[in-house]
Design a protein around this ligand. Sequence first.
Ligand SMILES: *Cc1c(COP(=O)(O)O)cnc(C)c1O
Length: 348
Amino acid sequence: MMIDLRSDTVTKPTPAMREAMRNAKVGDDVYGEDPTVNRLERRAAEIFGKEAALFVPTGSMGNTLGVKLHTQHGQEILCEAKSHVMNYELAMAGWFAGCLCRTVAAGNGILTWDMVCKHIKPLSPHWAPTGLISLENTHNMAGGTVTPKAVLDEICDGAHALGVPVHLDGARVFNAATALGIPVRELTAKVDTVMFCLSKGLGAPVGSMLTGTRDAMDRARLYRKRLGGGMRQAGVLAAPGLIALEEMPARLGEDHANARLLADGVAAIPGLTIEPGRTQTNIVIFDTAGTGLTGAAFAAALGERGVLCNAVSERGVRFVTHYDVSRAACEAAIGACAEAAQAAPALR
Ligand SMILES: *Cc1c(COP(=O)(O)O)cnc(C)c1O
């Protein structure tokens, strides 16, 4: 069997999730009548300490709604240069909200108030005003790095003082909270809206949530409908989502420990390098330059040895741990890395 480290999105629903899907009470959610969706939205709001939440089919739609809610056409959104909103959502900020992404590069993916404050612009005849700051925690393409609560709070305080709202792309915010050892509601207390994925490390087959004020979620519901996201008997999807939300965060520490194991294993292999301290959660990004192989070629070599992963840059390969890969599988993946590196032209 292949060891699938491509993403935590590949997790399959657990037997308990399958059972919950079978037994889910459903209704028409466009009428607000699906009891399971309603329960999921209530629980998500409670867990995040926000007034309300909205079930959305994907994290990308959650971010799209978050951007739209806070902005007007012709504004700028400040986001990190390698962020998902900027790079992997097909320019939705421009397409749906009519906004330009103004990127700020933070090598480790962690934006600070010092970095963003100089880019906040008021209305003027020369430049577009800043409508929103969009943050990402954990930061996927920086290797799952964690923005600490104090750093997030300082950005929110600074932005709010200038009348600028803050959206959090928290696709993996439970991983961030786990790494920090605090509840998500504490970590995201000052953020205006939070999107998080049920379908990644939490293991649900489908779905993400947007949380925020009641008024914002009422408006987001209409935008979701405009985007074709009005789902009917969605309780069959919300039921595994509830299990993901209630039961799965507690086990994310295991994924983090497995990622550490992978990072340490990879660091010890000649030809592969990894930035020390970068692996804080369930993502490991390493550099293949010393093997003479591109990231894509190295990923292909791993594929031949039973390990699936993604190249994320010219020399970068990413592993993502999740509940469908055991510690033993991670040890086997390290073995495959050692073999692939040894067979590489630069080291042969
Ligand atoms: C996965 C992900 C999303 C949302 O992805 P979907 O595939 O649309 O659910 C958003 N932000 C980040 C950082 C992600 O990793």
